[in-house]
Design a protein around this ligand. Structure first.
Ligand code: SF4
Length: 437
């Protein structure tokens, strides 16, 4: 970082939180560059005089990380290395009044829906003609496509609707145009994201039509993989599975956060689905799309969870054998419904339950990966690291799922390319293979 009085008018955008927040940062970047401004995303040398921190306000740990990042740039500003510091994103949206009082060194705080005002503050204009465009910060060959903003679901533990508002689907034409532009710029994999993919269209088309959107995106030339991330289980649109079977460029992959498995807990969580229906839905999905990889997320220690609920959840994970699974410990978020319930389960017990679930999953993941030894998979290569080329199969989403490692000393692949890889070894979360020539 440079010494006092930095006025180089370089703008650096720093993103915290989820891929949906990353897309927002990419939109800020696209608009600033569209105004011929010298903007970057997470610049390596961090010498920008203007910094925009795009925060996450989801749960305790994420909020703390956002505050620590803001304070790091406040220190840089006090040292004259940063001239202007702006904060946007979920934490800023949720706690604007408190943050303005507590961290006055920040020049301005913006909500999640205030891009035009942020641009104006930076003396830039919002350019409508850039709506179909987006500069991406992920490797060129994959990009997130956010199909809607906000959420209409009443989940007890979740503060996201407080920060992102009600469902706002993006018009299909806009999404198809963005997909075409991304494909023109080398994107081969589209990861579809939203708070809930399955509600797509309910607001603007008066019907839930994720299946139609998938068909349209699947027709975009150059897109080899389309991946579904964040599908809500209740009233899951089964026509999506038909399109998944009909279209070879839609990955046999489904991320469906379930959060829990017992009817009592799903009721406490206001998930709108019973334990029985959850189990039968998973069975139907596996029957309709053989070999599908199902990823889920669970919450450990939500108010009301008894030992019996937790034991039942462990048995559910053992029986369902998810291909991919993540666990959060419950975070008592103010202004959520669950915040009206006593948070009686200790942090230690929450962590113990989360660890126990991950131990079960580790064994399952190891067994499932062992079964892949000797098989050949189409792999998309993301990066080279520690003498290995590292990629993913269609069953693995970027940054959260398993990876395929190929020894770079004996094989060469171009990053961003697909290659057929024969698996010769496997651990809990990684596969090792060689490129088939
Ligand atoms: S579906 Fe539930 S958990 Fe997901 S963003 Fe909406 S309210 Fe939150």
């Amino acid at each position: 970082m440079k010494t006092k009085g930095n006025k180089n008018n370089k703008i650096n955008i720093v993103t915290l939180g989820c891929s949906k927040n990353l897309v927002d940062s990419e939109q800020i970047l696209t608009q600033l560059r569209g105004n011929n401004m010298n903007a970057t995303h997470e610049a390596a040398n961090d010498d920008a005089s203007i910094v925009i921190v795009n925060t996450c306000g989801f749960i305790d740990n994420a909020k703390q990380e956002s505050i620590d990042t803001i304070l790091r740039y406040v220190d840089a500003k006090n040292a004259g290395m940063v001239d202007k510091l702006y904060v946007t994103g979920c934490l800023s949206h949720r706690y604007k009044d408190e943050l303005e009082k507590e961290i006055p060194m920040v020049d301005a705080f913006f909500g999640t829906n205030e891009l035009p005002r942020l641009l104006k503050t930076l003396k830039a204009n919002y350019k409508h003609e850039l709506v179909g465009e987006r500069l991406i910060t992920t490797p060129a060959h994959y990009a997130y496509l956010k199909i809607s903003e906000g959420c209409d679901h009443p989940c007890s533990f979740c503060a996201i609707p407080l920060m992102r508002g009600v469902l706002a689907s993006r018009p299909m034409e806009e999404l198809v145009l963005q997909a075409k532009n991304l494909a023109k710029n080398g994107t081969k994999e589209l990861v579809l994201i939203a708070q809930d993919l399955t509600d797509y269209g309910k607001d603007i088309y008066q019907k839930r039509n994720l299946a139609e959107l998938l068909q349209r995106l699947s027709d975009v030339e150059g897109i080899d993989w389309i991946r579904l991330q964040y599908a809500y289980p209740s009233q899951f649109p089964m026509d999506v599975l038909q399109v998944m079977n009909e279209r070879s460029n839609i990955c046999k992959y489904l991320d469906m956060p379930l959060q829990h498995s017992t009817t009592a807990m799903l009721k406490h969580m206001r998930r709108g689905i019973s334990g029985e229906r959850t189990a039968s839905l998973l069975k139907e999905i596996r029957e309709q799309v053989p070999n599908i990889a199902i990823r889920t997320t669970l919450i450990a220690g939500h108010p009301g969870e008894t030992e019996a609920d937790f034991d039942a959840l462990c048995q559910f994970v053992e029986a369902t054998r998810f291909e991919r699974l993540g666990v959060f410990t419950y975070s008592h978020e103010e202004n959520t419904h669950a915040h009206t319930m006593p948070d009686t389960i200790s942090a230690e017990v929450k962590q113990y339950r989360a660890d126990t679930l991950m131990e079960i999953q580790e064994k399952i993941s190891y067994q499932l990966n062992q079964e892949k030894i000797g098989q050949t998979f189409k792999v998309l290569f993301d990066r080279k690291e520690g003498g290995q080329f590292i990629g993913r199969t269609e069953y693995d989403s970027p940054e959260v799922d398993n990876e395929v490692l190929v020894d770079a000393a004996s094989h060469f692949v171009r990053l961003g390319d697909f290659a057929q890889v024969r698996i010769h070894d496997a651990t809990e979360f990684d596969l090792y293979g060689e490129v088939c020539v």
